[in-house]
Write a protein that binds this ligand. Sequence first.
Ligand code: PMP
Length: 428
Amino acid sequence: SSSAAQYRREKKEEEINEKFEPRPIELRSDDIVDGVVGLIGNTPLVRIPSLSNALGVEVLGKAEFLNPGGSVKDRVALRMIQDAEQAGYLHPYTGSRIFEGTVGSTGISIATIAKAKGYSATIIMPDDVAREKVQALKCLGAEVEQVRPASIVDKKQYVNLARQRAVHFGEPSTSTEHPRPHIKTATSTVVVTTTASEDVMDGLDTVLEEQELREKPRGFFADQFENMSNFHAHLEGTGPEIWRQTNGRVDAFVSGAGTGGTIAGTGQFLKAMNDDILVVLADPEGSGLYNKIKFGVMYDRKEREGSKRRHQVDTVVEGIGNNRMTNNIDMAISSIDDAYRITDEEAVAMSRYLVQHDGLFLGSSSACNLVTCVKLVKKMGWKDGERVVTILCDSGSRHYSKFWNDDYLRAAEIPIDPSLIDDLLSSP
Ligand code: PMP
């Protein structure tokens, strides 16, 4: 309804106007941390020697692949779960199962933290993602449901399936006639919590007695695309950490966007600290976000017909790109200064170049980010020690079966030619 939309808009404005107060940051040390959750965040910033030396500009990568779940998504999963606990949506004896629709990284992070906190996880994903992600999920004890690729031309379908699974979880039958109607209402309200209005949630407390909650296991739909806990994980974590680690000396921040949480939260934090910092989007082929930033619309009909990738994301480069607006991307749009569209070939070339020169074994979205860093530096004409910071989202070990599989790439007719990066670096 329009009043719900109005509510969400106001909520978003509140978030934007909120005063940023970075939490104190303790850098990784020899301290003893409590469990796997204690290992999340506070990642180092690594200077990338080959690119930095060739450009005369410091290219710094936030080493998110060092998180215990192997990616930047650990931060988001932890924050979503903590916020849900605090709001009472996840509770030790009522809400024991977490549902999410994801291409993998977020699922692995949720599955990891769920085990540490005594919850279960159901992860719904496309069935053509790198299979090591599915293996990781199964090893972590998550329930995995895979959806055929034909049905995921945009991300809505598997995400919606996760929502549905959460709504129906715990229902004793498929009957629409629930013996206690208020509980049914509560069950379906709870899982859409992140966009539910305050008054709905207040009402919930009054109809549900603790005893009833105890009898009624609920599903929690984490909803990373719409859930603002995602944005907050970066606004209060990634952004302040980068600021501290660089003493505020940053000229540009480069990031891809899947849900948009990273670029929105980190970008907005850095902009709030210093409006001169450029925030730049790295967008893979098949994604509409580049057009959205450059021209204000996601689709260009001519392009849609001509494009090989046909607006399909998560093909070779996984985890970034999107063809619809989400709450988290919405939060980013106003702070993105520029965008680059990166081809699969360029991302592949960068990943091989970095192994050869730096021994850095990175995933596909990290490679896209770094190609964008080089293009940005070239376009800006920077060569005097300026600083570009980006995110190294995950490691190559999540990508053996696709992005790091030469046979797969050959079959997909994607060239593997790291000299492309030499050319890019030596171009005027
Ligand atoms: N890289 C990888 C490997 C990811 O899994 C994701 C999340 N889908 C991203 C980058 C993008 O991050 P965000 O969702 O914050 O835009």
